[in-house]
Design a protein around this ligand. Sequence first.
Ligand code: KG4
Ligand code: ZN
Length: 384
Amino acid sequence: MNILAIETSCDETAVSVVRAEGAFPNATYTVLGNALFSQIDIHREYGGVFPAVAKREHARTIVPMLERALDEAALTSTPYTLSDDVHEELATLLYREHALADALFAHLETHEHPEIDAIAVTSGPGLEPALWVGINFAKALSRAWDIPLIPVNHMEGHIFVTLFDGVKLQPVAFPALALLISGGHTELVLMHDWHKYERIGTTRDDAVGEAFDKVARMLNLPYPGGPEISKLATLARSEGVVPTVSLPRPMLNTDDFDFSFSGLKTAVLYALTDKEITLALQKEMALAFEDAAAEVLVKKTQRALDAHATQTLILGGGVAANAHIRDSFAALFAQEYPDRALYLPKQNLTTDNAIMIALAAHAQHARGTVFDFDTITADGNLEL
Ligand code: KG4
Ligand code: ZN
């Protein structure tokens, strides 16, 4: 089956077409089309993501992304191109309407229907105004092409894309453990089976990605801060920099699987008081902060691996792009758990994209759940 997936939960507008052959979890996947517009340059000016701005940009770019993904997939007889007038009207409708607009649907209905069997869309968690753009558009497409609509949990997408080796999903021994680390989440999730999740740990305050972004801002680095901190810390490490500041490891030894990053962030703020932000200071702080964050993530995850005797660890979410965090987990598994499986997401699929939504949707579809069109809504706090 061919799945067209849409992702608009935060600041990436993404549409993908993925062909699934065979039955989940042994299916083979081919990415036929993959279009992604990153709003990062727009949000950088404001130093972060404002929901209203994200919504406007999703409304403006989602139709061009649909066209690009469909053209790459070549599932229509002629290129799938809507006129400039239609583009403008759709952008306006998607920005304004919360209900499914008839006009939106009418434009899509009369255009050639591509060989797509189901539409998948992120329904949460994320920024609700942003999620709604994707959901309304997905509903319009599903109605126009008369195919089912599958709502997907964004975090489940991060799990599935980590398992994706480019062709198939890697084997998973249950119970498995997932560490999900992104701009909005820091969670340890026990997977008892496919789709059977139990959250055993979470952050008590900031998400780890959020802490990366906030510390970056204190160091006068642009948004998003994660990659900037990572670059500087890597440089400092290669130069043999030894930080003079010592930062706390919040909740490192507590008897649970929870995290806290706000104290770490505040410690950085104090350490910077009355100091001029020089490149040397940026490098030192980036290194000290990244070391502290990675150590807490590894240690708490190790506690969970031991307590639940899980044979598989799945690392997912934007922060899983971090080289030092990846290396730290790889070292842990090489030393302590050589017989267990560690799955890391491919570097180019680590941050938000729509391929992850298509993969999770295929797994949902395999369960045979039929979703009631009208009850599919955006849920900013959707849990696994
Ligand atoms: O999963 P994602 O793309 O969006 C959310 O669902 O939140 O994650 C974005 C987060 C941001 O906080 C960003 O700073 C962080 O992932 N991030 C990184 C790196 N690349 C992205 N954090 C640390 N190191 C990186 N290399
Ligand atoms: Zn994400």
